[in-house]
Design a protein around this ligand. Structure first.
Ligand code: AMP
Length: 285
């Protein structure tokens, strides 16, 4: 596997691949890789693409300095995992490489309010930082396809919006959420859970799964209240649990008038913040 730390080294290789007619799939990550990340690499390979993974802990998407400092960093283990997964190239740029002094962030993109709900409320500035870095990495890597995980539902909804609005020449592919055998969504943050909260955290998915049975019910507020209670009974603290229209992220009151619905949750397990989501309906194909 090729390890590139500069854009010059990266593009030397990718230009060669492109000249040979290969199509490139890009998987941006913040490292501390797990099977969820690797599943995106496998999906890209199965589709016949050359997978490129980036590892970059983007300071500008952390609204909490301590969270940034404590974010797990384990690059040599990541490189080993990616090598075993037959990843073609890992791009590990420095902050200066991604944000040089003359870097001009794009501006003026109307996010149609997608950034003002759920994560946007509790992590102010997070999506702006995330979109800036995804756009910047897309400019550097110039992939044909961008692979992201369903786990970060609001994130990929915003990325799709940006791709459409800026007319970026890349196709977004979403991979399913990989889970531990007890249902907990895989996350780089899970390794920081205390054993006590690790044992309790599967309740998040259990509560979401219960919501999958709502069918045509109109009493969503009660269903949501019960799901929150179920999680909080285990000692986790729910920041939000919402049932939203998956296209515009607006709250759903009558499931019958929406074709694509998702339930999203964020909660604290001790001092670790976890998010998860499940699709309750749709999308219509
Ligand atoms: P992160 O390193 O957390 O920024 O995640 C990098 C990419 O991996 C994002 O597109 C995530 O949505 C995706 N991802 C993270 N966790 C999972 C998971 N459990 N299953 C599938 N994809 C995931």
């Amino acid at each position: 596997m090729i390890i590139a730390e500069t854009t010059e080294d990266l593009q030397k290789v990718t230009n060669g691949w492109k000249a040979e007619g290969h199509r490139i799939a890009f998987v941006p990550t913040m490292g501390a890789l797990h099977k969820g990340h690797l599943s995106l690499v496998s999906a890209a390979k199965s589709a016949g693409r050359i997978p490129i993974v980036s590892i970059f802990i983007n300071p500008s998407q952390f609204n909490n300095k301590e969270d940034f400092q404590r974010y797990p960093r384990m690059v040599s283990q990541d490189i080993e995992l990616l090598t075993k997964s037959n990843c073609a190239l890992v791009f590990i740029p420095s902050v200066e490489e991604v944000y040089p002094d003359d870097f001009v962030p794009f501006s003026g993109l109307d996010l149609d309010g997608l950034d003002l709900v759920m994560e946007g409320i509790f992590r102010p500035g997070h999506f702006e930082g995330m979109l800036q870095v995804v756009k910047r990495l897309l400019d550097l890597v110039q992939p044909d396809e961008l692979y992201m995980g369903q786990k970060d539902f609001q994130q990929h909804t915003l990325v799709r919006h940006m791709i459409q609005k800026l007319n970026l020449p890349v196709r977004l592919i979403i991979g399913p959420t990989l889970r531990e055998s007890d249902g907990l969504a895989m996350s780089s943050r899970n390794m920081r859970l205390t054993p006590e909260f690790r044992a309790k955290a599967p309740v998040i998915f259990q509560a979401l799964k219960r919501l999958m049975k709502i069918n045509g019910t109109k009493d969503l507020p009660n269903a949501i209240k019960r799901a929150i209670q179920m999680i909080e009974d285990k000692g986790l603290r729910v920041e939000y649990l919402e049932i939203v229209d998956a296209y515009n992220l607006e709250k759903v009151s009558d499931p019958n008038s929406h074709s694509y619905i998702v339930a999203c949750v964020a909660c604290w397990a001790g001092d670790i913040r976890l998010i998860d989501n499940v699709v309750l309906k749709g999308p219509e194909q």
